[in-house]
Design a protein around this ligand. Structure first.
Ligand code: NAD
Length: 390
C-alpha cells in the first residue's frame, strides 16, 4: 500500500508505519542523548500510544531503564485501511525497547472498562510485579461508565456565556472569528465524567486491591492551564472543570497512598500539537503563535523534552517543586511573562494575511503530520509498505 496523509478537518485518517517508527525513534534518540535518571523501574502508562503518554513511556524506559506496560485504545489495520498512528507507535516502541533489553508489553482496549483493568493487572503481576510509577495520560472524547454502561461525551465549550474569538484553519491558514455557545449543566457534568479524575482513581484502587503498588509509589496525571487568550474555552470552560476534578483527585490519591509512602501529582504541561489539542477551537492558533515566540527565545519543547524534564524534577532526590496547589509546573516557560506578552502582541490584529509571519504555522503543520508518521525526510512515501504490522 502507498500511504499518503488524508486530512479531514483536525484529524488525519491514515498513518504511516515507517514514519511512526521514525517519530518514536527520534524521541528515543533524544532520551538516549540526555543524562540518565535514577527513578522508577516498573512503570504502567495508561494512554501510552501517542502524545504525552508515549513520551513518558519512552523517557521511562530509555531514560530511567524502566520496564513498562502501556495501555491504549488504537485501531489495527483492516481491509484497505491503515492502522492508527498509536498502533504503529506502540509496535515501534516495543521493538526498540525489547531490543534494548527492557520489558515492554502493551494492552489495546478501553482503559475505562473493568475488563481492560483486570487484564492489565494480570499482565502487571506476571511481567512487572509491583509498579513504582503509574502515568495516567488518557485523552478521550467519550467514556462508557464501567458500572452503568452509560456512555458520556465530553464537550469543548465555554461556561456561562457565549465566547467569540479568532481561530485558524491550520490546513488553509484562514483566520476567522468563531463563536461558541455555552455548555449546559449536563454537558459540564459529562465532560467531568469523561476527563476528570474518576477513572484515574479507579485504576489506583484496582492496583491497590491487587496488591500491585510498590513502596514509595508515584502516580502522575497531566493537566493544562494556559493564558487568558484560551481561558474561556480551556481553563474556565468545560475541560477546565474536568481538570479541576483531576487536580482534586491528586490530593485524594496522595492521602490514600500514605501507607505506601507514595504520592500522586498532577503535572501542568505545555501546550503542544497532539491529536487531542488540535481538536480544541482557538488553541491551534495560540499554539502556532506560541511556537514562534518560544523558538525565538530558545525555549521550545516537544512532548519528549517535557517528559524528560518532568522525570528529572520528580526523581532529583530533592523535594519535588510544586505550586501552591501542589502541581508540578512544566508550563513555566510557556507562562513566562515575556513569552505571554509577545504572544498577546501577535494575537491582537491577527489576520489570514499576517498569520504566517506572526505565527509558526509551518511548524504546527509539520508537527501535526508527524503525529501520523508523515513529513519525515528519511522516509520514502512513494514506496509500497505493508500497513498490517503487529
Ligand atoms: P493524545 O490524544 O496524544 O493521547 C491520548 C492517549 O489516550 C492515546 O494513547 C490513546 O490511545 C489513549 N486513549 C484514549 N481513549 C482511551 C481509552 N478509552 N482507553 C485506553 N486508552 C485511551 O493526547 P495528549 O495531548 O497527549 O493528552 C494526554 C494528557 O495530557 C491529557 O490529560 C491532556 O489533557 C494532557 N495535556 C495535553 C496538552 C497538549 O497540549 N496536548 C497540554 C497539557 C496537558
Amino acid at each position: 500500500m502507498i500511504i499518503k496523509p488524508k486530512i479531514r478537518g483536525f484529524i488525519c485518517t491514515t498513518a504511516h508505519p515507517g514514519g511512526c517508527a521514525a517519530h518514536v525513534n527520534r524521541q528515543i534518540d533524544y532520551i538516549k542523548e540526555s543524562p540518565s535518571i535514577q527513578g522508577a523501574k516498573k512503570v504502567l502508562v495508561i494512554g501510552a500510544s501517542t502524545g504525552y503518554g508515549l513520551a513518558s513511556r519512552i523517557a521511562a524506559s530509555f531514560g530511567m531503564g524502566a520496564d513498562t506496560i502501556g495501555v491504549s485504545y488504537e485501531r489495527p489495520a483492516s481491509e484497505g485501511r491503515t492502522a492508527s498512528a498509536g498502533w504503529y507507535n506502540t509496535v515501534a516502541f516495543e521493538e526498540s525497547a525489547r531490543a534494548a533489553g527492557y520489558i515492554a508489553e502493551s494492552i489495546n482496549g478501553d482503559a475505562f472498562s473493568h475488563e481492560i483493568k483486570q487484564e492489565t493487572l494480570k499482565l502487571v503481576k506476571e511481567k512487572l510485579g509491583k509498579v513504582d510509577l503509574i502515568v495516567y495520560s488518557v485523552a478521550s472524547p467519550r467514556r462508557t461508565h464501567p458500572d452503568t454502561g452509560e456512555t458520556f461525551n465530553s464537550v469543548l465549550k465555554p461556561i456561562g456565556q457565549p465566547f467569540s474569538d479568532k481561530t485558524v484553519n491550520t490546513n488553509t491558514g484562514v483566520v476567522s472569528e468563531i463563536t461558541l455557545e455555552p455548555a449546559t449543566e449536563e454537558e459540564i457534568e459529562n465532560t467531568i465524567t469523561v476527563m476528570g479524575g474518576e477513572d484515574w482513581s479507579l485504576w489506583l484502587k484496582a492496583l491497590e486491591e491487587a496488591d500491585l503498588l510498590a513502596e514509595g509509589v508515584t502516580t502522575l496525571a497531566y493537566s493544562y492551564i494556559g493564558p487568558e487568550i484560551t481561558e474561556a474555552i480551556y481553563r474556565k470552560g468545560t475541560i477546565g472543570q474536568a481538570k479541576n476534578d483531576l487536580e482534586a483527585t491528586a490530593h485524594t490519591l496522595t492521602k490514600q497512598l500514605e501507607r505506601y509512602d507514595g504520592k500522586a501529582y498532577v503535572s501542568v504541561n505545555k501546550a503542544l500539537v497532539t491529536q487531542s489539542s488540535s481538536a480544541i477551537p482557538v488553541v491551534p492558533l495560540y499554539i502556532s503563535l506560541l511556537f514562534k515566540v518560544m523558538k525565538e527565545k530558545g525555549l521550545h519543547e516537544g512532548c519528549i523534552e517535557q517528559a524528560q524534564r518532568l522525570f528529572g524534577k520528580l526523581y532529583s532526590g530533592a523535594t519535588v517543586e510544586t505550586d501552591e496547589e501542589g502541581r508540578i509546573r512544566l508550563d513555566n516557560w510557556e507562562m513566562r511573562a515575556d513569552v505571554q506578552q509577545a504572544v498577546q502582541e501577535a494575537w491582537s490584529g491577527i489576520t489570514t494575511e499576517n498569520v504566517s509571519e506572526r505565527g509558526d504555522l509551518e511548524q504546527y503543520r509539520l508537527d501535526f503530520l508527524q503525529l501520523f508518521g508523515f513529513g519525515f525526510d528519511e522516509i520514502d512515501y512513494e514506496l509500497d509498505v505493508n500497513p498490517d504490522i503487529q
